[in-house]
Design a protein around this ligand. Structure first.
Ligand code: 3EB
Length: 348
């Protein structure tokens, strides 16, 4: 008796795609990001929509849809905090109004404490990704800058949950316009996954004191090694070498340095797993600080905008402030691993 060798993806498989139309709210949608929206109308049983309050400049996608083959349930945790969960994955999302009277450090600490408590209570153990959208992220001087206050509160929350630096999630921290709401989203997994750091960059959690009272709590990338076709969740990546911003005020050079950083990170990830021979397809979010930089940024990132199988990765360009005021462009990505055995011979 011969049994076909066709492999069925394991149940925990997760996929990510950009979508131009409102086609999803299918049952296998875990959650979806909605670009260009500040508030969302949540219904307790439907797909959880995560608003991203940034203007869409390029490529027109309206949604980034995260899907799983597992049954999904969702609901409200508290007034403005929502979750979506399957057997392997838990997403928690909240938005909060802030103004100049807000203590962003303690507010962030409270939000993260609540979210981390939920993760523990619901029996998920590995926080793999966070997205943080902070209104006017560069407002305030020195250590009182909003981004630095946010980083301080986040660091204390992770520390008080005994989340050590080897277990930090991949991250994004981007600034939105005045008057939008602070938006924080976390994704947790049932089992442990692999952290990837970048040999070209100092680990962010080790940045020296000059960048703020507490260093940022994120890993350069997390490889979802529990999946049969692992996803590489690449943190927001910018023109930083070691710990220093390089090519300040030069958009093209920053985009090229960012490209080198992401390629280096992908190479580092391949060395840490036997489950991936290459990363063949991807989905990218490109953030630019200045609207006018958009076409040039896309052009200068061209090496990232080709998959190794010669297809083009999906991408979206968003108007957002980078968390260091001397940076003009940042890119985050999701890459899907392919196996040599699956017939793919190209390398990433
Ligand atoms: C950097 O490499 C650029 O604080 O969560 C990128 C990704 C950055 C995530 C965060 C910050 C964060 O330091 C900034």
């Amino acid at each position: 008796m011969s049994i076909a060798a066709k492999k069925i993806p394991s149940c925990s498989e997760l996929t990510v795609r950009l979508d131009k139309t409102d086609s999803s709210t299918e049952t296998n949608t875990l959650f979806r990001f909605c670009f260009g929206r500040d508030a969302s109308e949540q219904s307790v049983d439907g797909t959880v929509n995560i608003p991203i309050p940034l203007q869409v400049l390029g490529n027109g996608a309206k949604f980034e849809v995260w899907e799983t083959s597992e049954p999904v349930h969702s609901g409200r945790i508290a007034n403005n905090m929502f979750f979506a969960a399957s057997k392997s994955w838990l997403m928690i999302h909240t938005t909060v109004f802030i103004d100049d009277t807000s203590d962003l450090s303690s507010l962030t600490q409270d939000i993260y404490n609540n979210m981390l408590n939920e993760v523990v209570q619901r029996n998920y153990q590995d926080i793999v990704r966070t997205w943080n959208y902070i209104p006017e992220i560069n407002k305030g001087d020195g250590d009182s800058e909003r981004y630095r206050q946010f980083s301080l509160g986040r660091a204390i929350a992770f520390e008080s949950h005994n989340c050590n630096i080897e277990a930090l999630p991949a991250g994004t921290a981007i600034g939105s316009a005045a008057g939008t709401r602070l938006g924080i989203t976390i994704l947790a997994a049932k089992s442990d996954n692999i952290r990837v750091e970048n040999p070209r960059q100092m680990s962010a959690f080790q940045y020296p004191r000059q960048y703020g009272p507490r260093s940022p709590s994120f890993a350069r990338a997390v490889l979802l090694s529990q999946c049969e076709f692992p996803l590489l969740l690449v943190s927001g990546t910018a023109s930083i070498l070691g710990h220093e911003s390089v090519h300040t005020s030069k958009l093209i050079n920053q985009a090229e340095e960012t490209t080198l950083n992401i390629i280096s990170l992908r190479d580092a990830a391949l060395k840490q797993t036997v489950k991936a021979q290459s990363f063949s397809t991807g989905s990218l979010r490109i953030y630019v600080r200045d609207k006018a930089d958009f076409p040039l940024a896309v052009d200068s990132l061209k090496k990232l905008l080709h998959n190794s199988d010669h297809s083009t990765p999906d991408y979206i360009v968003l108007l957002g402030d980078i968390c260091r005021s001397d940076l003009l462009v940042e890119v985050e990505a999701v890459y899907q691993a392919s196996h040599a055995l699956a017939g793919n011979t190209a390398s990433a």
